[in-house]
Structure formats: C-alpha cells, structure tokens
Ligand binder design. Structure first.
Ligand code: PBG
Length: 310
C-alpha cells in the first residue's frame, strides 16, 4: 500500500546542477566515491548541458579542476582560463542558460587551501582577494551571470562587487557562500576538484558547526557587502541554520546539498537500503520546508528525469 509522497513547492527553476570541468577534449571522467558525477572536458560538458536543458533544468554551478597548480593559483585567473573558456562556449550555445561560477583557489593552489599562503602559517587575505577578484572578473568577462565566491576570505563579496562594477558588470550578480561550515560532507567533492588541503584543514576559515550564531552574522555581513543571494552549506545537518536565515533575511537563500550528502543517498540506494526517489523526495522537501529558495544539488538531473516520468 504505502502512500507515495510528492515533492512540495518545488519547481525545476529552483534547482542548480553542479558541473566539474577539466582541460582537454572527449573527457568524461568518473570520480571516486561520487557515482553519477563526472569531470567533463568542455566539448562533453556542452553535450551534457544540452541534455539537462531538455529535461527542463536551466541553472548550473561550474567548478574548474586546475590542471597545473602553483603557489599563486595562476590558472584560476589567467587569460583564457579553463572556466572562462567553458563559460564562453556555453553561453554561445545556450545564451539563456544561467551560469554561476565558483570563485575559489583550492583547485589551483599546490597546497589545496582556498587562499594564497605566503608564509606557511596562514592565508594572506590581501593576496587572496587580488586573485579572487581577477578570477571573478575573468568569469564575468566570459559571460557568467553569477559569480559565487567560496574561499571564505574576509571582504571577498565587497572586493568582487567593486571590481565587477568598475569594469561595467554592475548587472552581474554575486552569490555569497556566506555560511560555509567546516564539514566532513565535502570529501567526494575534493576528489572531484582535486582540491583537498595537502596539510592542515579548513577550520581556520570555514565555520564551526557548533556555533550557528556566527553563521547568521556571516550572512548579514555578506548582505552588507552587496551579495544578491546568500547560501547555507551543507544543507542537511544545517536545516536549523537555513530556517533561521530564511526567517531573518529577505535576500534569496540558496542551500547547498553537498557531495557527501548526495553520496550517502546514492550508495545506500545502490545497496538497496532504500528507494532513491523516495529518499531524495524527502530530503529536497525538507530543505524547501526549512526555507531555501534555491537548492544546489547533484540530484537535480535525477529529479528532473523522475518528474518527466511520472
Ligand atoms: C571550496 C568548496 C567546497 C565545496 C565547494 N567549494 C568545500 C571544500 O573543499 O572545503 C564542496 C561542495 C560539495 O561537497 O559538494 N572551494
């Protein structure tokens, strides 16, 4: 018997699907502990985006996987960098696709931290802001609709807003990864982006999950700095934070249903521990119920397929 529950209040326009792009051509690489998600070269990315659009999805979040890494994260922002090329190619083919780019250095630095380290002790915020703003500008010049700074550098939203405005990109928007917790749920992502820290961890710049109050003040600060949308990340262990943020702030709120949360569901479904569709329905409903406007989720493609099937 069993009643089948339906996704409440969800439109496909609320979903953002993440992609990982690599250099080269004809590449669709599998990723360890991240089933169903691939690293695509630009040509294969175009083909896949064509598929999700025919399923009714139209928003993507793009991550570059740095091929060559160095201390200065040069490949994140150099002319014709990988993400800029990908954005340009995507926008030529799909002008009304909403393209959001992740702006962070961890996939491009030799040490895998999100900022520039000049002495081994800590991140140099000033140098990091320089690199992040060049990176964001290169994405905007390529046609990105939104840039999403995720390095947790101080004043990153303000600095990026300024450089975009100075260069005539006042209309481009900023999605702040405002409340980004130092979480265990990011591991599959770090395999995908090849961005795990080579020493230490990210607790110096990501938030302490025992302290939700700090998350709310980080969100307030990003809004003050000019963020057009704010984010809570991860989603499931942080539904309380999503709820509080949605009650407290008027800006649109995104929740990032991250790689580890996705992999739990996928791996359990593969072993027949549960029904994947029912599990995803419950999860996405809970994130919406907590108050997220947009949900970044690796399940987006499956959800779009299921909605088509029904
Ligand atoms: C950091 C970044 C991370 C994710 C996206 N951008 C986390 C991290 O490595 O600290 C994780 C997203 C996911 O797990 O799906 N640049």
């Amino acid at each position: 018997m069993g009643k089948k529950f339906k996704l409440i209040n969800l439109k496909l326009a609320d979903l953002i699907y993440p992609y990982f792009v690599v250099a080269g051509s004809h590449k669709k690489e599998e990723i360890k502990s991240f089933s169903g998600i691939y690293r695509f070269s630009i040509d294969r990315l175009l083909a896949d985006v064509g598929k999700i659009r025919s399923l009714g999805l139209n928003k993507i979040l793009l991550f570059g996987v740095g091929e060559k890494k160095d201390q200065a994260a040069t490949n994140a922002y150099k002319e014709n960098n990988l993400v800029a090329l990908a954005v340009k190619t995507l926008k030529e083919k799909f002008p009304n696709l909403t393209v959001i780019t992740d702006v962070c250095l961890c996939a491009y630095t030799t040490h895998g931290h999100c900022g520039i380290i000049t002495s081994r002790a800590s991140i140099d915020n000033k140098e990091t802001l320089k690199a992040l703003s060049r990176m964001a500008l290169s994405h905007a010049q390529a046609g990105a609709d939104w840039v999403a700074p995720s390095a947790m550098a101080k004043r990153q939203v303000l600095t990026i807003r300024k450089i975009l405005d100075e260069n005539g990109y006042e209309q481009r928007k900023i999605l702040g990864y405002s409340a980004k917790f130092a979480s265990n749920f990011y591991s599959p992502f770090r395999n995908a982006a090849n961005s795990a820290p080579r020493f230490g961890d990210r607790t110096g710049y990501q938030l302490d999950y025992a302290n939700p109050q700090v998350a709310l003040s980080e969100i307030a600060q990003d809004i003050n700095e000019g963020a057009d949308m704010v984010m809570v990340k991860p989603a499931l262990s942080y539904l309380d934070v999503i709820l509080r943020a949605s009650l407290k702030f008027k800006k649109p709120l995104a929740a990032y249903n991250v790689s580890g949360e996705y992999s739990f569901v996928k791996n359990g479904a593969r072993q027949n521990f549960w029904d994947e569709r029912q599990m995803v329905t419950e999860i996405i409903t809970s994130i919406k119920r907590a108050g997220a406007d947009l949900i970044i989720t690796y399940h987006a493609k499956d959800i779009a397929k299921w909605l088509k099937e029904k």
